[in-house]
Design a protein around this ligand. Structure first.
Ligand SMILES: *[C@@H]1O[C@H](CO)[C@@H](O)[C@H](O)[C@H]1NC(C)=O
Ligand SMILES: *[C@@H]1O[C@H](CO)[C@@H](O)[C@H](O)[C@H]1NC(C)=O
Ligand SMILES: *[C@@H]1O[C@H](CO)[C@@H](O)[C@H](O)[C@H]1NC(C)=O
Ligand SMILES: *[C@@H]1O[C@H](CO)[C@@H](O)[C@H](O)[C@H]1NC(C)=O
Ligand SMILES: *[C@@H]1O[C@H](CO)[C@@H](O)[C@H](O)[C@H]1NC(C)=O
Ligand SMILES: *[C@@H]1O[C@H](CO)[C@@H](O)[C@H](O)[C@H]1NC(C)=O
Length: 283
């Protein structure tokens, strides 16, 4: 083996692993948001001998390719077209091959690889997008019934560790328009339409648990209908509906009715007796 041969073999062994820096922990992105997937080298590599390949580790789909001093969008997988970019030329020159992924979708979760190749050296690291966060709202699994004059709870819970910036309860009117019932915004509660004023509230102590259920007191016949609970936080939003139906009469109302009814019957009997009595006296 020639001296030159030994030398290149030594270089090959010595330089086989380009040291790449990735994220210290798996990444979490918001649905529809922007995410940076870090990948960089300490010592910048001259652009003319640099090749960077970002791929999905599972499907091997090409997410982004940088070759011969420029990005190669034509070879990019359709799923990532126009969504995956490097930062500036300046960052590339500094050895920063981090990827900027826009309009994040749920399908973006998974393992990625950042491969960096020069004429002599190669390096590869894995970068994981662990979760795509979104808001999920749970309402009632069936229609809720209530009695006139009593109170009812309309369930709405936010199933996420992202605290929502805003949660609103609205009633869907017959013309599909929404009438605000109660609003939670930046930790404050605001009343809605005057017809609900003083009759609605959140369970304040339950809010940190994501329970934005509505307590509606002194239910009226016209309260019957569809209610929508909407939440949003940053780019994320979600909604759920609850149907309030079959407004019956409360036991109190029934008792009052029964009493009224009996009073009416008693009154009838009494007046009949009086009438008979008067008739008897006249005869
Ligand atoms: C990303 O989303 C924005 C608005 O949310 C939209 O205007 C743009 O076309 C989207 N881009 C891609 C590549 O989907
Ligand atoms: C790479 O560039 C982005 C955008 O300028 C920056 O946020 C990030 O910190 C850079 N990473 C490194 C390792 O310099
Ligand atoms: C409302 O939520 C509570 C607690 O999760 C549950 O017990 C109750 O059945 C729910 N009500 C409806 C109508 O879904
Ligand atoms: C929300 O809190 C109220 C009051 O504690 C409770 O009645 C209701 O069931 C809770 N709803 C959910 C969905 O946990
Ligand atoms: C809302 O309250 C939470 C917890 O009490 C707090 O972390 C957050 O900063 C508050 N947000 C606003 C906008 O006041
Ligand atoms: C409720 O959410 C669905 C998607 O889940 C959306 O299509 C709809 O427009 C939302 N409705 C409202 C009133 O925000």
């Amino acid at each position: 083996m020639s001296f030159r041969g030994i030398l290149s073999a030594v270089i090959l062994v010595f330089s086989e692993g380009l040291i790449l820096q990735g994220p210290s922990s798996p990444l979490v992105a918001q649905l529809g948001g922007v995410l940076r997937l870090p990948c960089s080298v300490e010592t910048p590599i001259p652009l003319d001998e640099l090749e960077v390949e970002w791929r999905r580790a599972d499907s091997k789909a090409l997410v982004h390719l940088f070759q011969e001093g420029e990005s190669r969008p034509e070879s990019q997988s359709d799923a990532y077209r126009d969504r995956a970019h490097f930062f500036t030329e300046r960052e590339i020159a500094k050895g920063n091959y981090s990827l900027l992924l826009r309009n994040v979708t749920t399908d973006d979760a998974g393992m990625y690889s950042c491969g960096v190749y020069t004429n002599e050296e190669t390096g590869e690291i894995a970068v994981e997008i662990e979760a795509i966060e979104r808001l999920v709202l749970t309402g009632a699994d069936h229609a809720v019934t209530a009695n006139v004059g009593e109170e009812v709870i309309l369930n709405c819970s936010v199933d996420s560790h992202i605290p929502p910036e805003e949660v609103s309860w609205a009633k869907v009117d017959s013309d599909e328009s929404h009438m605000l019932v109660l609003l939670f915004q930046e930790n404050e509660t605001y009343p809605g339409d005057s017809s609900y004023q003083g009759r609605t509230e959140f369970f304040t102590s339950e809010i940190p648990k994501g329970n934005f259920s509505l307590r509606l007191k002194d239910v009226r016949t016209e309260d019957k209908g569809e209610y929508i609970c909407k939440a949003h936080s940053g780019l994320l939003s979600a909604n759920t509906t609850v149907i309030l139906q079959e407004l019956g009469l409360s036991s109190m109302h029934i008792l009052v009715l029964v009493l009224c009814g009996s009073a009416f019957v008693v009154a009838l009997v009494v007046s009949a007796m009086i009438l008979l009595d008067i008739k008897g006296k006249l005869m």
